[in-house]
Design a protein around this ligand. Structure first.
Ligand code: FPP
Length: 247
């Protein structure tokens, strides 16, 4: 990290880092197509990028990193592609479990994981329970996740909790947030979408109300620590008013 400050005149300010960065890992397919490789090779390269970016976030002191690994809509992809993404996740979790005691990275999964394979579900629950004893950086992986699905699920659970008619007159944001997969997490400060696409694609709809967005044309497998530095520098130029006016 020291080297980074020596080499770069324009660097981010360490005391104003975003607490929570969220990333839509997009562009794996195009990265592979450019190299005449199968799309699955793009996802494998994307998984490696995720590993490097997560390590960098940990090293510089980001508290929460949330990534969009598989959406509720991604089931529309060919079965072979879905299978290869699931395999990459299994591989990643097996390796992460081996290193968890050393790295002390807390992991959480956001989304409906109940429909995933028994093997993947077992790995997820092992990872989450091991994570309970760590209190360092937290990596959240959105898996079979959709923002609209999350809101509908929260509303359903809320209604079920109060089906006896005891619900308070007014439902407040804090109470409703507790029904989200992200319960207990601060909202993302910065959401990054690589690959030139400029939309949210059903990612963290509730939580992104006041997030700063950063878009770049770089494809996710090519995303690097330097790209993350650029996103953080851009974030630090933004003025966050949360609907108020400049102070
Ligand atoms: C979007 O790019 C990417 C995905 C739907 C899958 C992301 C999955 C991984 C990076 C691998 C597993 C993740 C972890 C956390 C180990 P795209 O395929 O839509 O790209 P395109 O728009 O160029 O086709």
């Amino acid at each position: 990290m020291l080297n980074f400050f020596k080499k770069n005149k324009q660097a981010w300010e360490p005391d104003r880092l975003p607490r929570h960065i969220a990333i839509i890992m997009d562009g794996n397919g195009r990265w592979a197509a450019k190299r005449a490789l199968p799309r699955t090779a793009g996802h494998a390269a994307g998984a490696e990028t995720f590993r490097r970016v997560a390590t960098y976030c940990k090293d510089i002191g980001i508290e929460y990193l949330t990534v969009y690994a598989f959406s509720t809509e991604n089931w529309k992809r060919p079965q072979s592609e879905v299978g290869s993404i699931m395999q990459l996740l299994e591989k990643y979790l097996i390796e992460a479990l081996e290193k968890m005691e050393r790295d002390k990275v807390k992991m959480k999964f956001l989304g409906d994981v109940s429909v995933l394979s028994p093997k993947l579900r077992a790995l997820i629950s092992e990872t989450e329970s091991l994570s309970e004893k760590f209190d360092g950086v937290q990596v959240n992986i959105c898996l079979n996740y959709g923002g609209r699905d999350e809101i509908l699920r929260a509303a359903t659970h809320y209604a079920l909790d109060y089906k006896d008619g005891t619900a308070p007159q007014k439902l407040d944001e804090e109470t409703f947030s507790k029904y989200m997969y992200s319960s207990g997490l601060p909202d993302p400060d910065l959401i990054i979408r690589p690959s030139g696409e400029m939309r949210s694609s059903n990612f963290l709809l509730w939580q992104s109300a006041y997030s700063e967005f950063y878009f770049t044309d770089v494809l996710w497998p090519d995303f690097s620590a330097t790209e993350l530095d650029r996103a953080i520098i851009a974030y630090q130029t933004r003025e966050r008013r949360y609907g108020g006016i400049k102070k």
